[in-house]
Design a protein around this ligand. Structure first.
Ligand code: PGA
Length: 241
């Protein structure tokens, strides 16, 4: 595991964007695993800038998003589909058919999980998986529990996640209680993993995930066992390492 500590969120984002950009340049038909949330926002903005400068081309890139809220329409501003379009996909030349995001609005959610898993298995493994980390150590919506969830599934969101993500909703009561997420096995099968965290609010969980015991109570701790992980932190998130 390579840990890079940067001076600022901007520097973390640009370093992360450069890892993604070099992946795209070296393998223009890469499969990228993508994350949402506040953490990668500036990285996406930087990648759009590199695209506009002609440094990178998304024509042959395929993406799989980690997760999506259940019972939220892709057109809802709170959906991760909407986030991805607004913050990234609408500004680059990726063909729409190369974008994969679980459909949170699917009538048969079990079938949606099966289909997403099948597509990921047939096109994967992911070449580069970008991850944020939740305050409870979740990656994707693989929440803290007594086992590591294996494949794509409907996850029940825990109290910490509901509290942390309710900032994007009118109130915590408006938040979905479940989400579709790829599993820990899917993440661990990725050839390379890029974990990002910024801000003092992530300092405790980063220390636990990177230096603590490997346990499903801290799902990100399993990344200690992956053969090719780059962690890029700002100095606040790294302050308890
Ligand atoms: P954040 O979320 O980037 O908004 O902090 C990270 C996560 O929950 O995985």
């Amino acid at each position: 595991m390579k840990i890079i500590i940067t001076d600022s969120y901007k520097e973390m984002s640009e370093r992360a964007g450069n890892v993604v950009a070099s992946q795209i340049i070296l393998k223009p038909d890469s499969i990228l695993g993508l994350a949402t949330g506040s953490t990668p926002l500036e990285m996406y903005r930087y990648l759009i800038e590199l695209y506009k400068k002609g440094v990178i081309d998304f024509q042959n890139i395929t993406t799989f998003n980690l997760d999506e809220y259940h019972r939220i329409s892709p057109s809802s501003p709170q959906s991760y589909a909407y986030y991805m379009m607004e913050n990234f996909f609408n500004h680059i030349n990726i063909p729409k058919e190369n974008i994969n995001i679980p459909n949170g609005d699917a009538i048969d959610v079990d079938e949606e999980c099966r289909e997403y898993a099948k597509k990921l298995e047939s096109l994967g493994p992911i070449d580069l998986q970008v991850l944020g980390i939740g305050p409870n150590g979740h990656i994707g919506f693989n929440e803290s529990s007594d086992h590591f969830p294996v494949g794509t599934h409907l996850a029940k969101l825990t109290g910490d996640t509901l509290e942390a993500n309710s900032r994007f909703f009118d109130s915590i009561d408006d938040m979905p209680r479940t989400a579709i997420t790829i599993g820990i096995r899917d993440i661990m099968l990725s050839k390379k993993i890029l974990l990002l965290a910024n801000g003092i609010g992530k300092a405790d969980i980063i220390a636990k995930a990177l230096k603590g015991k490997v346990t499903p109570r801290v799902p990100a701790s399993i990344l200690q066992l992956h053969h090719d992980v780059i962690v890029i932190l700002d100095k606040e998130a790294a302050s308890k390492l």
